[in-house]
Design a protein around this ligand. Structure first.
Ligand code: ZN
Length: 185
């Protein structure tokens, strides 16, 4: 099932997310639906709040970036109850976008390397190190389950410049090639 994507301005994107204790068939279906929703919207990552679920859960598939970084061809993963343990290295900038904030792309500075602890789709605990675009996608999605959006991390001048566009999205004025849902609590 393809969910509509929750748009900027919705309280659920700022909500506190809860951990998943048991991976029931309902959650397994939800994960499958999140992949389907992400692919339909041509995203490389999707976090549960973006479909209106207050859960510490996100999915990624970075294969569209594999032209730049070939090892990303197989970077398809589910992160359940993740915790970023460390973030280190030099900060680097990249123009990010977000399915919940259509039509806006802005430079975001992030540290280059992360260590993340999470449960995989078998509910096994995993700790892994990522850098480059893989780290960046994870950091972006991780922010979602912490109620943080990439536009929170851009400089004041740029923020001022996109204020009108953000207000439009909040008010339901936005276009995307996928279905958006506005003001989701
Ligand atoms: Zn996003």
């Amino acid at each position: 099932m393809i969910y509509p994507i929750v748009a900027y301005g919705s309280p659920v994107l700022r909500a506190e997310c809860e951990e998943i204790e048991t991976l029931t068939p309902q959650y397994q279906q939800l994960i499958a639906d999140m992949f389907e929703t992400m692919y339909a919207a041509e995203g490389v990552g999707l976090a549960a709040p973006q479909i209106g679920k207050k859960l510490r859960l996100f999915v990624v598939d970075a294969s569209p970036f594999s032209e730049d970084e070939p090892h990303l061809a197989n970077f398809k993963k589910v992160f359940i109850n993740p915790i970023i343990v460390t973030e280190e290295g030099k900060k680097w900038g990249f123009k990010e976008g977000c399915l919940s904030i259509p039509g806006i792309r802005e430079n975001v500075e992030r540290k280059e390397k992360i260590v993340i602890n999470y449960l995989n789709e078998e509910m096994q605990e995993v700790e892994e190190t990522y850098d480059g675009l893989a780290a960046r996608i994870i950091q972006h999605e991780y922010d979602h389950i912490e109620g943080v959006l990439f536009i929170d991390k851009i400089n004041t001048l740029r923020k001022q410049m996109i204020k009108g566009k953000l207000n439009d999205i909040t008010n339901g004025i936005a276009r995307a090639d996928y279905t958006l849902k506005f003001n989701v609590k």
